[in-house]
Design a protein around this ligand. Structure first.
Ligand SMILES: *Cc1c(COP(=O)(O)O)cnc(C)c1O
Length: 439
């Protein structure tokens, strides 16, 4: 267990002789005492390390590359501020995520606004705030953004989101049949070409580049290379036909992380180098200037940096069937197991050296039979108050959290070098009541 834990935990993780897990020099027992549970712990050293891996590997291989932190993985002003400090750009998908960037003082010219149904008021807000790039998804948006930019007396710098017909999820890589997607202009059926024609004709839009995003939790580099080749071939055609000048190119995000010992994603550097070298090669062959190369990692920036921490409460044994152990969180703070059978490495944060003694299923506290976090896992005999630590919880957990059952959302701490800073306070009952008007 400790061996797997080593490969999923944040870089600063350590285990004391007495078996207590510490992150950023802070024992989880102390964090639980001071901040309560459930608690999400983010490790600043891991955040910065993962950001630097992208920044350094790209800049070593490409003169003008910009990795964006895809903030939907976990949109928090403190994390976004760290991304700004590390020289990253920001991928946002709503006015809310733009506002988080604004609150963090993020340089807006390095912000890219994505989404398949951006609202008129969101587009107006983005233009007014000075968001640098809008990644246009569909024909309605070409017209809408053109109108809104015209009214605001601005020109919008846009990329088109292209559906290249490549789709990848972990080990499952589909080259055809990815047409059926709600995102983007489909390349194989001519919609991408029509989008270029229309965008080039729109007086208030500057079409400067092409973008694709082919999936998430991807472990193979090949689909990125294929995507780049399709985009570049398409750009060549569009340059000939419509005078497109591609000064930016993005194969999106989606790089995978390790959740359990069964996951084996190649290092970030492999992806960054291959993508950079591929674009350089193809541009040299075409005799084109290098476009700015944009990549958009979310999960592979924050996933490993976050650890979920729960306290054990009740348990129930059904003889010859299963033993349930319940914790004080569940599907409202981490819906991934219920939503798509996501697996995790599960640790007992206060008893890291204790051997497994039985097979249990860890259930959440929410009133839903499907609120099961971790099925049939080997654990020591757990007692109320034991701390369940869940590595790889930094991405798409709190980001998808809800107030189901009117349970306040957890607190979040940022740890570093023996210091823990509360960056999001635990919600209170007042937070839950307050939006309901005129009781
Ligand atoms: C979600 C998303 C990302 C980030 O995906 P990860 O799997 O978290 O790396 C990047 N770009 C776009 C357009 C996205 O929708």
């Amino acid at each position: 267990m400790i061996e797997v834990a080593d490969r999923v935990l944040p870089v600063s993780a350590d285990v004391s002789d007495s078996g207590v897990l510490a992150i950023g020099g802070m024992p989880v027992t102390e964090l639980a005492k001071e901040f309560g549970t459930p608690l999400y712990i983010y490790d600043e050293a891991t955040l910065r390390a993962n950001m630097r891996r992208y920044v350094n590997a790209l800049s070593a291989n490409y003169p003008d590359a910009l990795p964006l932190y895809a903030s939907k993985a976990y949109s928090d002003p403190h994390v976004v501020k760290i991304a700004a400090e590390e020289g990253m750009g920001l991928d946002v998908v709503s006015a809310g995520e733009i506002a988080v960037g604004v609150a963090a003082g993020f340089p807006l010219d390095r912000m890219y606004f994505h989404g398949n149904n951006k609202l008129p008021e969101e587009l107006a807000y983005a233009l007014e705030a000075g968001v640098g790039r809008i990644v246009v998804d569909n024909f309605n948006e070409i017209d809408l953004l053109n109108t809104i930019a015209g009214q605001a007396g601005k020109r919008a710098q846009i990329l088109l989101r292209i559906g290249p017909g490549v789709e990848a999820h972990t080990h499952d890589y589909i080259k055809t049949g990815a047409l059926d997607s709600k995102f983007g202009f489909a390349l194989p059926i001519g919609q991408a070409e029509e989008a270029v024609a229309r965008a080039q004709a729109a007086p208030h839009l500057d079409l400067i580049g092409l973008h694709a995003h082919i999936g998430s939790q991807i472990f193979d580099i090949e689909p990125y290379v294929d995507t780049l080749d399709l985009l570049i071939q398409f750009a060549q055609d569009m340059t000939d036909k419509y005078g497109l000048q591609m000064t930016e190119l993005s194969p999106g995000g989606g790089w995978g992380i390790r959740y359990t010992g069964a996951d084996d994603p190649p290092p970030i550097e492999d992806l960054a180098e291959t993508v950079a070298v591929t674009v350089k090669d193809r541009m040299a062959a075409l005799g084109w200037d290098l476009p700015r190369l944009v990549v958009e990692p979310g999960r592979s920036i924050v996933g490993q940096a976050g650890v979920g921490l729960y306290a054990v409460g009740s348990s129930k044994t059904i003889p010859d069937v299963r033993k349930y152990v319940a914790v004080d969180g569940g599907m409202a703070d981490n819906i991934r197991p219920a939503l798509y059978d996501a697996l995790y490495t599960v640790l007992v944060g206060n008893r890291m050296h204790d051997p497994a003694e039985e097979t249990v299923t860890i259930a959440g506290r929410y009133c839903e039979s499907g609120d099961v976090l971790f099925k049939d896992i080997a654990m020591p005999v757990l007692n109320p108050g034991d701390l369940i630590a869940v590595p790889s919880s930094g991405a798409y957990c709190l980001a998808m959290s809800s107030n189901y059952n009117l349970v306040p959302r957890p607190a979040v701490v940022l740890v570093n070098d023996g210091d823990a800073r509360l960056i999001r306070r635990r919600e209170t009952l007042d937070d839950l009541i307050q939006p309901h008007l005129d009781v």
